[in-house]
Ligand binder design. Structure first.
Ligand code: ATP
Length: 396
């Protein structure tokens, strides 16, 4: 962690000192890596530090410098967020891949250790990724800010990416879901009503549909279609839509003021849903706060941020929890909640390589092949979008 902070301070400082220039094709070249040696005593180019000697590498730094600009992050803020004292908090590894995650104290950035193949994939698709996020400002795909590696003398190389934290929210996230649209193994071990918002729930744990205004609904699905088409064209699969839910009034599972409506109450209430008229819980960024934000720029309006919706939960007599497996039949009661949604597409650095093909073949022996996460990118994207169209629906 210390090496990472020393490296990033050096890399960002070096880059910020250079005048900004237009990107050239060569900036995207996979060979565009810059290696620096960091002896503990310091050198002409590097500061002294308290760790043992290590080698630091930056991948395509000029491209990421432009990406910061595009995502309205100043190098100074970035450096402060990552390199300040006590800036990084290790998270108990939330995923299955064994990656380590760190969150900056201000919660804006997340650092994830990744495999060599993931770095290769990101660098390979960097030109099209850059083009995509530049063209679609409301793209839901994770924002990347840097790719680096650290190799301590005599030790193993560790590669990591810096990305935006989707849940850098003014509102507390009460539930989080990692959704892929597949069902095999897509249940969290810890599911319970009283989840603290820290557990990442999965497809089979989801028992809500989210209703949104027609215009938002259209924008969301259109963007998802574009993002999925992009990922499909890059041969990528196994990504997730990470969804954070902030309940504005009642929180499911807490006994206080639970709003329970019947199905007919619900349709009568639907017209008044999601108008943004409900008072915003604190703390909230006011227009003034936004004005005062560093770098003299407001954050780009991001589609997956603070999106008002109505979360409906069908309470079936069979007590089926799962949205994915609910067959419709016997529901007679619906609970509805005003929510704000935060979401984005994460974990996009996996292509349908030989290991994923083998995983598919192996799991197909135990389960319906269509329920397995590992399928080819075209099927993956189609199933992903079908699932999202059943979960995110329009009002009325
Ligand atoms: P797996 O192998 O289980 O798919 P992984 O180790 O590859 O997981 P990710 O899927 O990238 O890791 O992330 C695991 C979890 O980390 C997510 O479910 C989510 O809770 C959290 N996470 C990842 N990326 C972000 C992000 N950009 N913003 C907020 N949370 C994130």
């Amino acid at each position: 962690m210390l090496n990472l902070q020393v490296g990033i301070r050096h890399a960002v400082g070096k880059l910020a000192a250079k005048p900004m220039r237009a990107l050239q094709r060569a900036d995207f070249d996979p060979a565009e890596k810059f290696s620096t040696r960091f002896p503990p005593a310091g050198s002409k180019l590097t500061p002294p530090h308290q760790s043992s000697e290590f080698r630091w590498k930056d991948y395509c730094p000029m491209v990421f410098r432009h990406m910061m600009e595009l995502f309205a992050v100043s190098p100074a803020d970035y450096m402060l967020a990552i390199c300040g004292d006590d800036a990084l908090r290790g998270l108990s590894s939330p995923g299955k891949s064994g990656s380590f995650f760190y969150l900056t104290q201000d919660e804006r950035f997340m650092i994830k250790t990744v495999k060599k193949s993931e770095v290769k994939l990101l660098i390979r698709m960097l030109p099209s990724y850059y083009k995509h996020v530049r063209r679609y400002k409301s793209s839901l795909i994770t924002r990347f800010y840097g790719v680096h590696s650290v190799k301590p003398n005599g030790g193993q190389k560790v590669r990591f990416i810096v990305m935006g934290n989707l849940f850098c929210a003014e509102h507390r996230i009460h539930r989080r879901y990692d959704l892929k649209g597949s069902s095999y193994g897509r249940k969290s071990d810890k599911y319970g009503e009283d989840t603290d918002g820290e557990t990442t729930l999965k497809d089979l744990d989801l028992n809500f549909v989210f209703r949104m205004k027609q215009s938002r609904h259209k924008q969301f699905h259109e963007q998802l279609r574009r993002d999925c088409a992009f990922l499909e064209s890059e041969g990528i699969m196994d990504y997730s839509l990470l969804v954070g839910v902030h309940f504005r009034d009642d929180i499911p599972g807490s006994k206080v003021g639970l709003s329970t409506l019947t199905t007919s109450d619900l349709s009568a209430n639907m017209a008044s849903t999601c108008q943004g008229s409900v008072s915003m819980p604190k703390p909230c960024l006011s227009a003034k706060d936004l004005e005062k934000m560093p770098y003299n720029r407001k954050p780009l309006a991001r589609l997956g941020t603070r999106l008002p919706a109505r979360a409906e939960r069908r309470m079936s007599s069979s007590k089926t929890n799962s949205f994915i497996s609910s067959s419709g039949g016997s529901e007679n009661r619906v609970e509805a909640y005003d929510v704000l949604l935060y979401f984005g597409v994460i974990d996009i650095l996996r292509d349908y390589d030989i290991s994923k093909k083998l995983e598919h073949a192996y799991k197909s022996l135990q389960a319906d092949p269509g329920s397995i996460s590992a399928v080819d990118p075209r099927l993956y994207s189609q199933r992903f979008r079908d699932f999202m169209s059943r979960v995110f629906v329009k009002e009325g």
